[in-house]
Design a protein around this ligand. Structure first.
Ligand code: NAI
Length: 255
């Protein structure tokens, strides 16, 4: 099946400088999208001959004014945003008694508030033209309690429900909203947790060794696996899918 609906569409991606974000930007560009790639620092990506130009911009998703200003600027300078993809996220470990206020707030600020700010700004411009697709990269941690991950998991669970409510509100306008819930994926976020890259030895003591044994497929996802799922949800072929949360975790959640 050839996915369609990308050519010439303007796509806004947050967290585009990270592992999953970069893989997604590459796939969007290869499919003919004009991509606005944003991250805390404007991502650096090569110009590829034959592919549409990429617009790299700095955006901190926790700053709602900056989010509104960027969406307004992009719409004014580049045209209507067709796709919005929330990828930005942070993970900080800590058992509940060790999570300080700042860590809890920062985790929610990026993983939950940021998704709300970006999605709200997009909803405001997409609803009048009754067109658009929003996809958020959540996490399977939203559904699986894990040791020392309460702040992250709770923020992702909040976002998963937010995306369903958003999907309910925007569906009558023909705007489709969905999430992807990755499991452990080989990116800087994930490999930063390991002493080596093999997945055998963890930096953080006291966290159960459930990563390898807990994934029925027996391997971590690659960033491209997650990008593939996002691309499907953006495509015309997902035209009847709204309010979904597509798990891409090698079976970890349902094992
Ligand atoms: P990553 O750490 O490689 O990329 C995350 C990006 O978000 C970074 O480039 C970072 O600069 C950016 N970011 C952080 N705070 C930001 C802010 N305030 N404003 C804008 N950008 C900000 O991580 P990865 O793995 O590519 O993660 C992408 C998404 O996938 C995240 O939402 C993460 O929670 C989710 N995810 C990742 C999994 C994994 O195992 N790698 C598993 C499940 C979900």
């Amino acid at each position: 099946m050839q996915l369609s609906g990308f050519n010439g569409t303007l796509a806004l991606v947050t967290g585009a400088g990270g592992g999953i974000g970069e893989a997604l930007v590459n796939q969007l560009r290869a499919s003919g999208c004009i991509v606005v790639a944003t991250d805390l620092v404007a991502p650096v990506m090569e110009d590829v001959p034959g592919l549409p130009a990429m617009h790299a911009m700095a955006l901190d998703v926790t700053d709602s004014r900056a989010v509104d200003a960027l969406v307004a600027r992009v719409e004014h300078e580049l045209g209507p945003i067709g796709f919005g993809i929330n990828v930005a996220g942070i993970l900080q470990f800590g058992t509940v008694e060790h999570i300080d206020d700042a860590t809890w707030r920062r985790t929610f600020a990026v993983n939950a508030d940021g998704v709300f700010y970006v999605s709200r700004a997009l909803a405001r411009v997409m609803t009048p033209r009754r067109r658009g697709v929003i996809v958020t990269v959540g996490s399977n941690a939203a559904g699986i309690p894990r040791h020392a991950m309460a702040a992250y998991a709770a923020s992702k669970a909040a976002t998963a429900m937010f995306m369903r409510c958003l999907g309910l509100e925007l569906a009558p306008f023909g705007i489709r909203c969905n999430s992807v819930a990755p499991g452990s994926t080989r990116t800087p976020m994930q490999t930063g947790m390991w002493a080596d890259d093999s997945g055998e030895q963890r930096v953080i003591d006291g966290i159960p060794e459930d990563y390898k044994t807990g994934i029925p497929l027996g391997k971590l996802a690659q960033p491209e696996d997650i990008a593939n799922a996002v691309m499907f949800l953006l495509s015309d072929q997902a035209g009847h899918i709204v309010m979904d949360d597509l798990y891409v975790d090698g079976g970890a959640t349902l094992r």
